[in-house]
Design a binder for this molecule. Structure first.
Ligand SMILES: *Cc1c(COP(=O)(O)O)cnc(C)c1O
Length: 430
């Protein structure tokens, strides 16, 4: 299958070129030429399939002709070697825990899938590729872990000094090998601006092959559709119509859910829950898309004022607002309400959510006020320990540090400090 640019001014490309380019030469996001529905028997019998079998069937059409079936099976085996349980909160609400991977953030699956694909594409050419990525926290750790030891791929991660949590910093600065962490004197926006500069720097691009590892990249975006299928498999026996509430920042995860729906997965509705960065909730009210600078919140992985994947969602519905509205609602919540939700969930059955999951829970509750007879699943996108201070101080509970996290706590941080684009460029050229 080929992928086209949403700006329509670049050639259609195969899966490997879309992954290596990251973004099309006309700066558009890549989108698959077709999304072919799977046979209804697949959904009828989904309980009898393993996660690897489900994922294989779902993604095969997008990579066919480029990644052979046996290679794809091996990649999926490595990528999906942990659990994705739906944990019951109330009889009508479950949470899909996406944090059982190596860095305890849901980005592990996409980052590992992309890393394995890039490694495979570069196997014969031995052409080095450099993955350049800016992180406000969780992306960097997942990318560092996913790409560690992948031959001919070098990873350079920019993060704002003093503005990521201690755990997050260790996850991206203690890897070594083909992973380098650049500690930037500045904000996340500064990091992102430098990365954008690099992608536009012709002189640099003549010198090296650069690609990105955020959810703009189709190899990081598409595998996220597995989550919704894994959840459907577990929730189907409830016998109710299913709705998903997804805590959203760049809207890649929820867009992948909408692709799963296009594959034929029976789902009644999606809720995109956000923090006060409410560009999409406002759009769903007013039909006007007004991006704005981001505001810092306690669910910081969603502090996005201009969500990069929303264009893919609009495209999926051919920019038909009424059709989109039938499938998607979007609500914003502030930090105080989010903390109240953390307490509320804890008081129901002792479940400890993280601030992002709590935003998802709030979106679901709001939707279910009008649609009580549904089974709602909110996505838990990070382990609460990754937001230790805020969760402990809100719940007055001490959290246990899981083994994955303890492992990095003892390692030494290694980073290179930079302050501006010239320093980034000279680092990359050498
Ligand atoms: C990245 C992230 C999100 C947002 O996901 P998008 O695909 O960007 O909408 C939500 N929660 C956590 C913990 C994340 O790391």
């Amino acid at each position: 299958m080929k992928f086209y640019s949403l700006n329509n001014k670049a050639p259609n490309v195969s899966f490997d070129t879309a992954v290596i380019n990251g973004i099309a030469p006309d700066k558009g996001l890549y989108f698959p030429e077709e999304i072919n529905a799977l046979p209804s028997s697949f959904f009828e019998n989904i309980e009898s399939l393993s996660n690897e079998e489900i994922a294989f069937t779902a993604i095969q059409q997008f990579v066919s002709g480029i990644v052979p079936d046996d290679v794809l099976k091996n990649i999926l085996k490595e990528v999906l070697d942990f659990d994705f349980p739906v944990v019951e909160i109330t009889p009508n609400i479950g949470t899909l825990e996406l944090f059982h991977g190596p860095t305890m953030a849901f980005k592990d699956v996409g980052a590992r899938f992309m890393a394995q694909c890039l490694g495979y594409f570069s196997r014969s050419t031995k052409n080095e590729v450099t993955v350049l990525v800016a992180t406000s926290g969780d992306t960097g750790g997942a990318v560092a872990n996913g790409f560690l030891g992948v031959e001919v791929v070098n990873v350079v991660i920019l993060y704002p000094s003093g503005k990521v949590s201690d755990i997050q910093e260790r996850q991206l600065t203690t890897m070594g090998e083909n992973i380098t962490a650049l500690e930037v004197d500045g904000t996340f926006d500064d990091c992102q601006a430098m990365v954008k500069n690099a992608f536009l720097d012709k002189e640099l691009l003549d010198h090296m092959k650069l690609t990105s590892a955020n959810s703009i990249n189709v190899a990081r975006w598409l595998p996220q559709l597995f989550y919704f299928l894994f959840a459907y498999k577990q929730a189907k026996s409830k016998g109710k119509e299913i709705v998903f509430s997804v805590p959203s920042g760049n809207f890649g995860n929820i867009c992948a859910g909408l692709v799963a729906q296009r594959l034929g997965m029976p789902v009644k509705h999606f809720i995109a829950a956000t923090n006060v960065n409410d560009t999409v909730p406002q759009f769903m009210l007013t039909k006007a898309y007004n991006p704005k600078p981001s505001t810092a919140t306690i669910s910081n992985a969603m502090d996005v004022g201009d969500p990069s994947n929303f264009i893919r969602i609009r495209h999926l519905f051919q920019d038909d607002f009424e059709a989109l509205q039938k499938n998607l609602s979007s609500y914003p919540f502030d930090d105080e309400t989010t903390k109240e939700a953390l307490k509320e969930i804890y008081n129901i059955n002792g479940y400890i959510a993280d601030p992002h999951g709590a935003v998802g829970y709030l979106g679901l509750k709001k939707y279910q006020e009008q649609h009580p007879n549904t089974y709602g699943i909110f996505l838990e996108t990070a382990h609460p320990v990754k937001f230790l201070d805020i969760v402990e101080e809100t719940l007055h509970e001490k959290l246990e540090i899981p083994a994955q996290i303890q492992k990095v706590m003892g390692k030494d941080k290694k980073s290179i400090r930079i302050a501006n684009y010239e320093e980034l460029k000279s680092f990359l050229k050498n």
